[in-house]
Design a protein around this ligand. Structure first.
Ligand code: FES
Ligand code: FES
Length: 153
């Protein structure tokens, strides 16, 4: 089938999408947007998190057809040209990126949190990021990154 979807503000089409294909696969393999990562493909890790109509979702669990006619924003779409979003910049500055597999999903989840709760408590940060797993950092630098982003945005 042909999929029509708006991605990062631009109308996109993908052809020959099969019925069971995930939105994550379409983004990465058909639309050339590898920012969203495929770490578990089971909705467990959050590394594939994107906005679907403004709501963060695990794109590995969204059937491509469910995105037909909808609006998707990926981690690539958070930056303004070469200027990183404050959340992205804070992850870099805090050293919250090691292997980087978890980072795109964490950035989208943190971006969503700060949009809803501009000055979150540590508890609110932990709760908002609870669905995003990181095997490398021990989470402290990730918490620092979100705290810093909240303080500077
Ligand atoms: S790849 Fe989607 S939740 Fe892990
Ligand atoms: S930086 Fe490697 S999984 Fe988080």
């Amino acid at each position: 089938m042909r999929l029509n979807v708006t991605v990062n503000g631009e109308p996109k089409q993908a052809d020959d999408v099969w019925e069971g294909e995930s939105l994550l696969y379409v983004l990465r393999e058909r639309l050339g947007l590898p920012g969203s990562k495929n770490a578990c493909e089971q909705g467990e890790c959050g590394s594939c998190t994107v906005y679907l109509d403004g709501v963060p979702v695990c794109s590995c669990l969204v059937a491509a057809g469910q995105a037909e006619g909808h609006d998707v924003r990926t981690v690539e779409g958070l930056a303004d040209g070469d200027t990183l979003d404050p959340v992205q910049q804070s992850f870099v500055d805090a050293g919250a990126v090691q292997c980087g597999f978890c980072t795109p999903g964490l950035v989208v989840a943190a971006h969503d949190l700060l949009h809803r709760v501009p000055d979150p408590s540590d508890e609110e940060i932990r709760e908002a990021l609870a669905g995003n797993l990181c095997r490398c950092t021990g989470y402290e630098k990730i918490l620092d990154a979100v705290r810093n982003a909240a303080a500077t945005s």
